[in-house]
Design a protein around this ligand. Sequence first.
Ligand SMILES: Nc1ncnc2c1ncn2[C@@H]1O[C@H](COP(=O)(O)OP(=O)(O)O)[C@@H](O)[C@H]1O
Ligand SMILES: [Mg+2]
Length: 375
Amino acid sequence: MAAQGRRVVLAEVTISRAGNPVGGLGDLGAPLGPRAQTGKMLPSGRLLSSLVPGLLLAAQVAAAFEPISVGLAIGAASILTGYLSKGLYCRFSECCHEKRPLNSSALKLDLEEKLFGQHLATEVILKALTGFKNNKNPKKPLTLSLHGWAGTGKNFVSQIVAENLHPKGLKSHFVHLFVPTLHFPHEQQIKLYQDQLQEWIRGNVSACASSVFIFDEMDKLHPGVIDAIKPFLDYYEQVDGVSYRKAIFIFLSNAGGDLITKEALDFWRAGKKREDIQLKDLEPVLSVGVFNNKHSGLWRSGLIDRNLIDYFIPFLPLEYRHVKMCVRAEMRARGTDVDEDVVTRVAEEMTFFPKDEKIYSDKGCKTVQARLDFH
Ligand SMILES: Nc1ncnc2c1ncn2[C@@H]1O[C@H](COP(=O)(O)OP(=O)(O)O)[C@@H](O)[C@H]1O
Ligand SMILES: [Mg+2]
């Protein structure tokens, strides 16, 4: 069971341990606030505490006759209560389950059914997560860097991944979402953010080794902030007594979107199929491009330099047919019948580029939900 212990609030430094809040200036609340952990007593501990005296009393009675049985009875009592309390506790509250295996077929199905037009992301994410979770002794945490135009499904996929790792998904205590414009807004406070980030990650990985950290909008993160977590991503067995090897870090970024679009467009213009684009066509371009891009959040980053990012995952720009798929999915999610006229109308309201060919949606599927409200 996860040791519930630390509470860290980013932004104006409010860091406390063992549920003992240190007065802070500004608790930004969501999305970090709700995930902060407090050191509450386990409710099941109270429920079962009434059982313990009974078992111990029985042990004392037995002690009058035979000392060895006392030890056995006490041992059995503590194992039983420990086991029961954990089982009960996990029924009512979220537990970390560090060793829970990944259901690869469920993840595969989710990706294939819900994520449109992203054959590379589907393939790589499935492979990366399955390999990582099947490995009992990973040598470093898993780090994925997702790149692509806005609205192509990076946040959407992170949500799917999170749900497959911790059933409560983004609402889980063990899944943490960082948004730079919200959590690290001021350029003058990089040092402070670095300290807070280290503290937050250390505290949460101590509580749950299989914690998931998602960094959204990496392109808006001030250069250097992310390098604070470099020691955690490296091949160390432990850093200050904490092992980070079972954790997962996911970086999301629009940076590299232009490179990906160019490649997709070259394929399209050459009359080749989108699905024939391979990872090797894009991954090297992407890592170099992101490293040299001042506004990528990974500019000259030690994370790339030291090869600490396991996979650069390209999200391709979405076409008209994918936008239509998004509209249909949204209609189904709302419990309405799919009306093809509406699907076409919503898709046609979107803008497409390049100017002449008009192949890719400017905003991917991003505004589909809002537009559907008007139909
Ligand atoms: N490839 C996709 N397949 C299915 N739905 C998508 C896809 N891309 C975007 N969407 C839909 O559009 C919404 C916005 O996309 P999002 O994942 O936030 O984009 P971004 O790449 O900017 O993070 C998602 O919540 C999802 O409903
Ligand atoms: Mg996004």
